[in-house]
Design a protein around this ligand. Structure first.
Ligand SMILES: [Zn+2]
Length: 192
């Protein structure tokens, strides 16, 4: 999963049809509320543009992916980037807010295909965030999976060994990785 909020956040309104102020509308993105942080971070690499739309997205950012798809981060209170700046995934783009047409403070996150149209594509597919109202947690992590994180948390293996293990996977370090792998197997036996 990738999220514009580090730590815990809530999905308050999923993508899809909903009734708002008595009108049915298609909600093209997802509404997220940061719990541990109100900093909105880039979920991908690419240039960002700072924009304003009074009766819509408020202060918002449009980011371009390399393939032309567009990511929207809407209803910000403050920008933390310059117009046209090239950002990396995880960079802080702005602060969550309630600008534009909103009922409360949140960040509307939306994905659109390449071009100029306003049709959307599934942001949940892109981020891995479930399209279901609820509370989630995102911690920025390295390339290894949750199992390995769990092993580190439990003190079974060290960060140093993991780095070595990753080097081994790319064919650069055969020795210590064996040690990690042995521990890994032992741990799997322990929990199964
Ligand atoms: Zn929304």
């Amino acid at each position: 999963m990738i999220s514009p909020f580090y730590g815990r956040f809530k999905l308050t309104s999923p993508r899809g049809y909903r009734v708002l102020n008595g009108y049915e509308e298609y909600h093209k993105g997802i509404d997220l509320v940061g719990i541990d942080s109100n900093e909105v971070r880039a979920i991908a690499d690419g240039p960002v543009y700072t924009l304003y739309e009074e009766n819509g997205f408020g202060y918002y950012i449009r980011q371009y992916l390399a393939d032309g798809r567009r990511i929207y981060y809407a209803h910000l209170s403050t920008f933390k980037v310059q117009n046209g700046e090239k950002v990396k995934k995880g960079d802080i783009l702005g602060i969550m807010g309630a600008s534009g047409k909103v009922t409360g403070t949140h960040t509307h996150l939306e994905l659109r295909p390449e071009g100029y149209g306003n049709e959307s594509i599934d942001i949940c597919d892109f981020t891995g965030i479930p399209n279901i109202t609820g509370e989630y947690e995102y911690s920025q992590c390295r390339s290894y999976d949750n199992t390995v994180e769990m092993l580190i948390d439990d003190g079974i293996i060290t960060e140093e060994n993991i780095i070595n293990w990753e080097l081994m996977l790319s064919g650069q370090a055969p020795l210590k990785a064996e040690y990690v792998r042995t521990l890994f197997e032992r741990y799997h036996k322990k929990i199964s």
